[in-house]
Ligand binder design. Structure first.
Ligand SMILES: Cc1cc2nc3c(=O)[nH]c(=O)nc-3n(C[C@H](O)[C@H](O)[C@H](O)COP(=O)(O)OP(=O)(O)OC[C@H]3O[C@@H](n4cnc5c(N)ncnc54)[C@H](O)[C@@H]3O)c2cc1C
Length: 452
């Protein structure tokens, strides 16, 4: 876009939206802070930073009138680089970030779509409340919630969407809609796992739980036989206390550095005796090199991602195992032994599994484990390196079922479709057709509108 065109765009956008939202073009202060995200750098023609739903609606009407393609951004943690774009308009919801306790008795709390989970945890802490979300403080409320939300209390309280009571959404034509179990129930179903396909979420009403301190930290093992350790972890989790959620992190050996196995643990209760009992068998699973588990406020356990060293990119894939049987353990062990991929196995089950498969668009309720692989790819990537990494992932994917869009590093339509069970995808496509038939919200893990 020429400077003149950029100026024209700025002036017409300011006229249309400027009274209720900040409008930025390349070169403006603050532009780069929206155009760049964790996994991608963009060059949008226009950035709109609304203060409220009215600003979002005005931005969407302006986009419709000018034909600008729309990208929506909240926390900017999309692993597929979907937080930004090389053209069009970005609607950055981070100014809509209030956290308001609506009803202390029931724990109902209204959270702005642009808040981060770290800010939510900090705001709820003085009330002795908390919400199960993810593991990272800077992740956005909108992106994580719309994908499902698998966090440190997933076995105790379910997914983030399992605490969701209602959502406020602005549709492509600028209408503000409230969706819950009664009003726009089809949309409410789709928002809980179907991603950013249906409109711009501006707020979410959650039911927070009594949460104060938890037992949190890592056990680092001196692991010899990794497949045996994975199988041992699986057996213990099957019999384990639901208050305990764990992630087994497997680091490959690298030149000059041996591989490593750590178990990140969250026992979602301040009860010391309960935590000690639940954790005891995990401390005996293999020789322990270090153990950092301690009691701490839930609001302090969410961490930020350490940025990757320059010149490296992370390519992420994941799938769900209904049963982590020995064949699947072996496939994970082989992928690790081949090098180049950091793997994590997240325990599921508990409260997340008690929600029926068709109650939300996140349908992987019967999964015992989510396995995720992060391939580190130098930039620019040596020819053939990415296809080779994906080839190495495919035997594990073939044993899995679907994928979690939150951890899906690809926006390829086939990968998005494969993330959902076919019946779930069909239902999502029908809701998409109803709320966004023109596919305005396509710059996301895109569900294609059903044909009539
Ligand atoms: C370091 C790291 C740790 C993570 N840990 C966890 C975890 O523990 N558990 C978990 O479940 N997930 C986790 N995730 C995945 C995370 O949930 C997804 O990447 C999520 O989409 C990020 O949301 P965001 O708002 O930060 O990102 P964004 O990049 O801003 O948005 C992500 C997607 O949602 C869309 N979107 C954003 N805002 C809106 C909105 N207001 N309305 C409609 N659509 C919108 C965007 O267009 C984009 O497609 C992690 C990701 C990272 C990078």
């Amino acid at each position: 876009m020429t400077q003149l065109a950029s100026n024209e765009l700025l002036s017409s956008a300011l006229t249309a939206v400027g009274a209720i939202a900040e409008v930025l073009v390349p070169g403006d202060d603050g532009y780069a802070g929206t155009a760049s995200a964790l996994f991608a750098d963009g060059t949008p023609d226009l950035v709109i930073r609304p203060h409220d739903a009215a600003g979002v609606a005005a931005a969407l009407r302006y986009a419709a009138g000018t034909g600008l393609a729309v990208t929506v951004r909240s926390g900017g943690h999309s692993m597929a680089g979907l937080s930004t774009s090389t053209d069009g308009m970005i609607i950055d919801t981070r100014r809509i970030s209030g956290v308001r306790l609506l009803d202390p008795a029931s724990g109902r709390v209204r959270v702005g779509a642009g808040a981060t989970w770290g800010a939510v945890a900090a705001a709820l802490r003085p009330h002795g409340l908390g919400l199960t979300a993810g593991d990272t403080s800077g992740v956005g409320v909108a992106g994580l919630t719309l994908g499902g939300g698998i966090g440190w209390m997933v076995r105790r309280y379910g997914l983030a969407i399992d605490s969701l009571a209602a959502a406020q959404v602005v549709t492509a034509d600028g209408r503000l809609i409230g969706a819950d179990a009664v009003e726009h129930a089809d949309l409410f179903w789709a928002l809980r796992g179907g991603g950013g396909n249906f409109g711009v979420a501006t707020g979410f009403d959650f039911t927070a739980r009594p949460v104060t301190s938890v037992h949190f930290g890592e056990i680092s093992y001196q692991a010899g036989d990794v497949p045996r350790l994975i199988a041992g972890w699986r057996d213990l989790m099957r019999a384990g206390d639901e208050k305990l959620t764990t992630t087994l992190n497997l680091m490959p050996a690298m030149p000059g550095r041996p591989g490593g196995v750590t178990l990140a643990c969250c026992y979602a209760s301040p009860d010391g005796a309960g935590a000690a009992q639940a954790l005891r068998p995990f401390r005996a699973l293999a020789p322990v090199a270090s153990d950092s588990i301690r009691v701490m406020p839930y609001a302090e356990i969410l961490e930020d991602m350490t940025p990757l060293p320059p010149g490296l990119r992370m390519e992420l894939r994941n799938t769900f195992f209904t049963t982590l049987d020995d064949a699947r353990v072996a496939a994970v062990g082989e992928l690790l032994a081949g090098g180049g991929a950091a793997l994590s196995l997240r325990s599921l089950g508990g409260a997340a599994a008690r929600v029926s498969r068709d109650a939300t668009a996140f349908a992987h309720r019967d999964a015992e484990v989510m396995v995720a692989a992060a391939f580190l790819i130098p930039q620019p990537a040596p020819p053939g390196m990415l296809p080779e990494a994906l080839n190495r992932w495919s035997p594990v994917a073939a044993l899995g079922s679907g994928a979690y869009v939150g951890f899906l590093g690809s926006a390829d339509p086939a990968d998005v479709a494969a993330a959902y069970p076919p019946a779930t995808y069909r239902r999502l496509a029908a809701v998409k057709r109803r709320y966004d038939p023109a596919n305005v919200f396509r710059r996301t893990h895109n569900i294609l509108p059903a044909r009539s």
